[in-house]
Write a protein that binds this ligand. Structure first.
Ligand code: SAJ
Length: 471
């Protein structure tokens, strides 16, 4: 038995747990740990006094509906099993500490992650690290971060040795807003230690919160690659649909018929996972995880990678195809309005959030379309009843009334598939535009081409080569 395994054994079962970062990952994870009978105490740590006070009052600081979370917070706080702190000193008392802080981009344009908050959290843990403790990183990180950067910071700040005095692992989160507790309980959990003892201790930490899910042990780098790959592959699948949609438009055929045909392949090992084309790919996951994976292989194996000479990574190419889609929406808009420039054209954008029926506008394709159209001098109105004032982009006002948005529009651009847009009729929309032949550009396949064409609209749609009548 290794020295570390001996230390874990001497400590006995995990009784106290710390969570750094009270966000949409850390809060539900900490509450589930606090609700495990064997746990005596769970400490949450955050820099926000609002979050600390709200959580210690047994309230939920997260916005949006999270089934079961409010009651769970109240329960564990009332039972005295959870407490939120601003200071890290009590970390020296815990058996395991999980770090779930965001790894945003410094500047989305250069796609370099800002590991500042993560490094600072790891350093704070290191200062209070004791022999026999386990440190787990839950944030999405570049492969190699756990076994290189995190290990170095923890060893430097604690004077202890990873893999001998303390355990270190990566257990990436797989939670979706709106179903945080359910995902944490039911999704399988990849658990990757820098060594066997760390992996086993992490399995011991996560197993009790799983209901349908199971732990999948592996090493730390494999866990980091798993997380970044699951989003990279999804982005690739979407890009495959986007590229095929562009092909179908060029060939004058209906992508959705082709998709139905391809999707009809069923049975052992022959099915095809065909996703959907659209006005672009936004959000916090798919837009960055490909670049984490690419940086990982560059960092861990630059001189060992065998790959077709001079060819781009298909994963990065997929990102470029997906990032091209807002540009394609501009092309379809110009084609519909028979113009080379959108200068002076009145455009009504439907949807600002990156995902239908949510308020999340992070890296939204709508912004890419807006900036391209703005650059050409178009007059733009934006509608979205889910997203509130979008302060991050000066001058962007989000309308809440559809008639105001459509008033005088030359073209209506569907960028997000919010349910409310699916019930708009060509007749009522045309009246709102006060335009005899307005154009509609459908980026999310929610417009019925014939209904609008029969009502005197000009129609263009992603993947609808059969209806686009491209000039
Ligand atoms: N999109 C398409 N075509 C598709 C699916 C999505 O264009 O067929 C676009 C969406 O409009 C959106 C973007 O891609 O702009 C991302 O959509 P998403 O459904 O992948 O939603 P995300 O970004 O919230 O992805 C998250 C991820 N979850 C985690 O990282 C824990 C992802 O791994 C999940 O698969 C996804 O949620 C999910 O399935 O809900």
């Amino acid at each position: 038995m290794t020295k570390l395994a001996e230390l874990f054994k001497a400590r006995g079962p995990i009784r106290k747990v710390g969570f750094i970062g009270m966000g949409y990952v850390g809060i539900p994870a900490a509450m589930l740990q606090a609700d495990v009978p064997e746990r005596e105490k769970v400490y949450g740590f955050d820099i926000s006094p609002y979050k600390i006070n709200t959580l210690n009052a047994g309230e939920n600081p997260l916005k949006g509906e999270e089934p079961g979370l409010d009651d769970l917070i109240k329960k564990v706080v009332t039972e005295g099993k959870f407490e939120c702190r601003g200071e890290y000193d009590v970390i020296s008392e815990v058996d395991a500490v999980c770090i779930a802080v965001q790894t945003p981009f410094k500047d989305p344009k250069d796609l370099i992650p800002d590991f500042g908050p993560l490094k600072s959290a790891i350093g704070s843990v290191g200062k209070h690290l004791k022999p026999g403790m386990l440190v787990v990183l839950e944030s999405t990180i570049t492969p190699g971060t756990t076994s290189i950067m995190a290990r170095e910071i923890l060893e430097e700040t604690s004077g202890l040795k990873a893999g001998e005095d303390f355990g270190l692992a990566h257990a990436p989160e797989r939670v979706m807003v709106g179903r945080l507790l359910q995902n944490l309980r039911e999704h399988d959990r990849c658990v990757g230690g820098i060594d066997e003892a760390s992996t086993q201790r992490a399995v011991e930490l996560y197993s009790p919160i799983l209901t349908k899910g199971t732990t999948i042990p592996m090493n730390a780098t494999e866990a980091e690659v798993t997380k970044t790959t699951e989003n990279t592959i999804r982005d690739l699948q979407i890009a495959a649909a986007n590229q095929l949609a562009l092909y179908c438009e060029a060939m004058g055929i209906n992508f959705y018929n082709v998709r139905t045909g391809v999707d009809s392949l069923k049975g052992e090992g022959i099915t095809r996972a065909m996703l959907w084309p659209g006005a672009g790919v936004g959000g916090h996951c798919l837009t960055k995880d490909t670049y984490h994976l690419e940086r990982g292989v560059q960092m861990l194996g630059p001189d060992k990678l065998d790959y077709p000479e001079g060819e781009s990574s298909i994963y990065v190419l997929a990102r470029h195809v997906n990032d091209f889609m807002p540009k394609h929406m501009i092309t379809l808009t110009k084609n519909a309005l028979h113009c080379d420039s959108l200068k002076g054209k009145k455009l009504a954008l439907l949807g600002w959030s990156f995902l239908a029926n949510t308020d999340d506008a992070r890296n939204t394709p709508s912004e890419a379309y807006y900036l391209l159209a703005k650059e050409e001098g178009a007059e733009i109105r934006i509608h979205d009843t889910w997203v509130h004032d979008y302060a991050e982009l000066e001058g962007v006002v989000i309308e809440k009334d559809i008639a105001t948005t459509l008033d005088g529009a030359d073209a209506v651009i569907v960028l997000t598939a919010h349910n409310e847009y699916k019930f708009l009729t060509p007749e009522e929309m045309k009246v709102m535009t006060k335009n005899v032949h307005p154009a509609v550009i459908d980026g999310r396949n929610i417009i019925n081409p014939d209904a609008f064409l029969d009502n005197g609209w000009i129609y263009r749609g992603i993947g609808r080569g059969d209806k686009n009548n491209l000039s």
